[in-house]
Design a protein around this ligand. Structure first.
Ligand SMILES: [Zn+2]
Length: 345
């Protein structure tokens, strides 16, 4: 269990949500933390409860209005048991590589592939909300670009996509970092500081058309807080950052890849893991116009890796009632899911 009581292992998860009734109780406590309240007449108390084919219905004892337990969540109007949704959300938000629909169907013993596909599709919709606040602000930020795709071997035919991606990641220092470094130095005669004193904070990733100065500056301006320290390579496109109010630290001795590695270790690690994920789970075949949705999913999971409960509730549509309009918008057809063609699941 983590400190908020959220399961961190499969056995713990199974104990917390052993059946549909346990999932329903959790849903109810998330929607009405202070106990059921009727949104028609305002009455509070124990409602009547009864099952319909697709949900549990709570009925007000005064005005008799019905409220579906799953209304406004990703599970609304589903015929799939709540426990299957809960497992899906758990696997999707806690497993580092993410899930393919086929793996998911097998793991949960679902009879139909389409059911697995639909569940993942809907849960993923909760992951693609772009995060708009700017990172940095007290933490240095590494910014760099990479290419994704286009290097798969063993496939002579077909289109090999190669898409430019820009990323920014916060470099955070552990609370006890300075103390540990001092201890380490004392014990090792002033050598290099111990590793693991820093860790990655929040991440942003974006597909870009190219590496023009305008593109790079627009990305930094939109994603990194004003005044932050920004580390980049020596690329001329970043030259304007000081004029935009950033404390710009470009790599001075360009040319040697080892220098870049030492100057921007965190974002390079992120890019490396991103490429592994795309190759492993999606076989590297993501068309450029679908790539941003996958980047958003990657960023969602990365930024909540210390907050599994937040991630779990978000994909189920439980985080806050204010999320619902976003879901409605997502399912209204204004937004097309990248995997809807069935190719990249
Ligand atoms: Zn009522």
């Amino acid at each position: 269990m983590d400190i908020r009581g959220f399961p961190t292992t499969l056995p713990e998860f199974q104990r917390a949500f052993p059946d549909d009734a346990a999932c329903a109780a959790y849903l109810e406590s998330m929607r009405w933390p202070g106990g059921f309240g009727c949104n028609a007449c305002g009455w509070q108390g124990e409602p009547y409860r009864f099952n319909t084919r697709s949900s549990i219905v709570l009925r007000c004892r005064i005005c008799k209005k019905n409220t579906s337990l799953t209304a406004g969540t990703v599970m609304e109007k589903t015929h799939t048991p709540l426990s299957v949704w809960f497992w899906g959300a758990y696997l999707m938000t806690t497993q580092t590589p993410g899930q393919s629909a086929l793996q998911f169907q097998r793991q949960l013993g679902l009879r139909r592939y389409e059911t697995a596909f639909t569940i993942l599709h809907k849960l993923r919709a909760g992951m693609v909300r772009p995060e708009r606040d700017r990172i940095g602000g007290g933490h240095p930020v590494e910014v760099d670009e990479c290419y994704v795709g286009g290097e798969t071997r063993g496939e002579g035919r077909g289109v090999h996509y190669r898409t430019a991606v820009i990323g920014a990641v916060e470099v955070r220092t552990r609370k006890d970092g300075d103390e540990r470094a001092t201890q380490w130095k004392a014990a090792h005669n002033g050598g290099l500081p111990a590793k693991k004193l820093v860790y990655a904070g929040r991440l942003r990733l974006q597909v870009i058309a190219g590496r023009s100065a305008d593109t790079l500056k627009t990305f930094v301006d939109g994603n990194v807080a004003p005044g932050a320290t920004v580390l980049t390579d020596g690329c001329g496109g970043y030259k304007g950052l000081p004029r935009m109010g950033y404390d710009h630290r470009p790599l001075v001795l360009a040319g040697d890849p080892e220098n870049a590695e030492a100057h921007l270790p965190m974002i390079h690690l992120v890019f490396s893991n991103l490429k592994t994920w795309i190759l492993g789970t999606h076989h590297g075949r993501i068309a450029p116009y679908h790539l941003q949705a996958y980047l958003n999913e990657y960023v969602f999971r990365f930024n909540r890796r210390f907050y599994p409960m937040t991630a779990f509730n978000s994909v189920l549509g439980l985080a806050a009632r204010s999320v619902s309009p976003t879901y409605a918008q997502l399912y209204s057809g204004e937004w097309e899911h990248p995997a809807s063609g069935g190719k990249a699941a």
